[in-house]
Design a binder for this molecule. Structure first.
Ligand code: IMP
Length: 187
């Protein structure tokens, strides 16, 4: 069985990653080392900085993952600031902001940048996106972060109303990890 370290402090992400990677017999071990999330214009830049930072510290294969919620009516906000905005105003703050925008259209997308790094190799970036909308109310109590307010296209429930497997079948992270499964299968 192969082992991959997942550099994250987020138990929700860890659970989703374990569920995906167990399919190909990869053991995911959480590593809480952490890395500076630089202020940048794109998730790819944040990921790239993090990957180089961690590569200097550990000599094993690892992954890290940076995600963001991009809301069309808010010109892509919170985007790369998703963590800070969640910490400060949370789901409720986002709903209040959207209530002030004079429209019923609440189009949004989640993006996941999954970074896979082997010792002494260049990082590989695997991207997954999920298109959907922001709900009117918070719904559900599973998952984490903005899950209670995000409804993926083709569904009537939020990510927080789905179990891990169903969320993975639909989510940005499910898609980026699917790409990782393909990459690892070929190795
Ligand atoms: P980060 O990738 O950990 O920096 O995530 C940025 C912010 O988006 C954090 O507040 C997360 O809680 C939130 N977030 C990331 N992925 C998801 C997800 O799959 N569902 C809901 N919120 C998420």
């Amino acid at each position: 069985m192969r082992t991959i370290y997942f550099i994250t402090g987020n138990k929700g992400k860890l659970k989703e990653a374990k569920s995906m990677l167990s399919k190909i017999n990869v053991n995911v071990i959480q590593n809480n080392l952490g890395y500076p999330e630089i202020q940048a214009d794109s998730l790819e830049d944040v990921a790239s900085f993090g990957a180089k930072y961690i590569q200097k510290k550990i000599d094993s294969t690892f992954i890290l993952e940076d995600a963001g919620l991009f809301i069309e009516n808010l010109n892509g906000f919170p985007g790369v600031y998703s963590a800070y905005v969640f910490y400060t105003i949370g789901c409720n703050g986002i709903l209040k902001l959207l209530d002030r925008v004079d429209t019923d259209i609440r189009i949004a997308r989640f993006k996941s940048v999954l970074t896979y790094v082997e010792p002494d190799k260049k990082p590989r970036f695997l991207i997954g996106e999920c298109h959907g909308k922001i709900s009117k109310l918070e719904m559900g109590n599973q998952g984490f972060g903005y899950d209670p307010i995000f409804i993926p296209n083709g569904k009537t429930k939020t990510f927080a109303q789905m179990d891990t497997k169903e969320k993975n079948r639909n989510s940005h992270r499910g898609k980026s990890f699917k790409k990782l499964l393909r990459l690892l299968k070929d190795k």
